[in-house]
Write a protein that binds this ligand. Structure first.
Ligand SMILES: *Cc1c(COP(=O)(O)O)cnc(C)c1O
Length: 397
């Protein structure tokens, strides 16, 4: 059912580079930017909101082939998520992780508040609860590794669990990318990418992609995009395809560095806790070894305001000092950018509890998206910022 399918035997890394290109003599190698609303009638491609453009299709071919499914590109990751929720019947039962991208959680809560569906939240690591929930849910929404605690769901068990024939099991695969994890092969109905992140890889676009192996669901997702007008921008689709070309080398470099930084952070005297699926200390490390092909380039860590010389205090004061410590570290990095988002060539970090809807997180939790800079340069930047902030914490001016 793919218009163009990844040949068996061809690696995903090679597919990324070779797919979604011109095929006829004289075609440009790169499918060009086609800024079109309408086409000369006669081929069935009349109006781009409904039938798409060659520029979108190049992106869909690349991402669809990575997941061995068929893809629909959207204007953003949230538009892609909304199209999945759009499939639900009235009164549907939705199951969502407790640790979840805040936009998707807000979308689910808004629909619940309007009486469209009910929402149950489950711990990503509570596999048995997810398996049980699969029996009655209409939408099982997983995010793995989760944002920002990087908990890895046992997709093998959950996506393979018995479920209603009409149920959708959706996996937000943004953090792992299709190179590190293939939800559809575990039995998920749809896999989602915020292509804004690793697929695009350069912090210069918004796009989302949903991939499925269910032809009827694929058509329904296209219909949702058409009727809600959640269409990708032409330039954005072009840039996302261009960015995807280098995903293999970007991810390999970034996750090697992330593994190194995670180890060094774990040994750092001013760091209280490091969450990285590749660390043996990570609560879901064993699951990660089984379901992931790589541990990714996202790390989250908590600072230790007591170890930094902040002294002991009641909880409220300690939490405020922990937050101030983390804010100071975020303000102190120079190579790493103090910015939200992730999956780009440049490293970024932010204190997540400062983000609206994420106030429940540990106050000093910093989420670091490791880019492709030199590992020692990144470490020097991070260590200098932590030591500097720790010094200021122990010697308040
Ligand atoms: C960013 C993100 C989204 C939303 O994608 P946008 O492109 O910003 O709309 C969804 N899920 C995860 C895990 C994300 O990181």
């Amino acid at each position: 059912m793919n218009k163009s399918k990844r040949p068996s035997g061809l690696t995903r890394e090679s597919w990324l580079v070779s797919a979604g290109r011109g095929t006829q003599p004289g075609d440009p190698l790169n499918v060009p930017l086609v800024p079109a609303s309408n086409f000369i009638l006669g081929t069935g491609r009349d109006y781009s909101r409904g039938e798409g453009t060659p520029t979108w299709e190049a992106l869909e071919e690349v991402v669809g082939g990575l997941e061995d499914g068929r893809a629909v590109a959207f204007s953003s990751g949230m538009a892609a998520a909304a199209a999945v929720f759009d499939q639900l019947p009235a009164g549907a039962a939705v199951v969502l992780p407790t640790d979840c991208y805040q936009g998707v959680a807000a979308l689910a809560d808004l629909g619940a508040a309007k009486g469209r569906w009910t929402v149950t939240r489950l711990d990503v690591a509570a596999t048995a609860d997810w398996v049980a929930a699969c029996a009655t849910a209409d939408l099982v929404w997983l995010e793995s590794p989760s944002n920002p605690l990087l908990t890895v769901a046992d997709l093998e068990a959950i996506c393979g669990a018995p479920r209603k024939p009409s149920a959708i099991v959706a996996v937000d695969n943004t953090f792992a990318t299709p190179l590190n994890q293939r939800p559809l092969s575990f039995g998920a109905t749809v896999a989602l990418q915020s292509a804004t992140k690793f697929i695009g890889g350069h912090s210069d676009l918004l796009a989302g992609v949903v991939t499925t192996r269910d032809e009827r669901l694929w058509s329904a997702l296209v219909m949702s995009r058409t009727l809600n007008g959640a269409t990708p921008g032409t330039l954005e689709a072009y840039l996302a395809t261009r960015g995807a070309r280098t995903l293999g080398v970007r991810l390999r470099q970034a996750q090697t560095t992330a593994g190194l930084l995670a180890q060094r952070l774990e040994a750092h005297p001013h760091v209280a806790k490091v969450r990285y699926p590749g660390l043996p200390s990570h609560p879901t490390h064993e699951v990660a070894r089984r379901v992931l092909d790589g541990f990714g380039s996202m790390i989250s860590f908590d600072l230790d305001p007591v170890a930094a010389g902040g002294g002991r205090a009641d909880d409220g004061a300690l939490a405020r000092r922990a937050a101030a410590f983390a804010d100071d570290v975020c303000g102190g990095v120079t190579l790493i950018r103090h910015a939200t988002s992730l999956g780009s060539v440049e490293s970024t970090m932010e204190r997540r509890a400062a983000v609206h809807g994420q106030e429940h997180l540990p106050p000093s939790l910093i989420r670091l998206s490791v880019g492709i800079e030199d590992a020692d340069d990144l470490w020097a930047d991070l260590d200098t910022a932590i030591e500097g902030a720790a010094g200021r914490l122990s010697r308040p001016s």
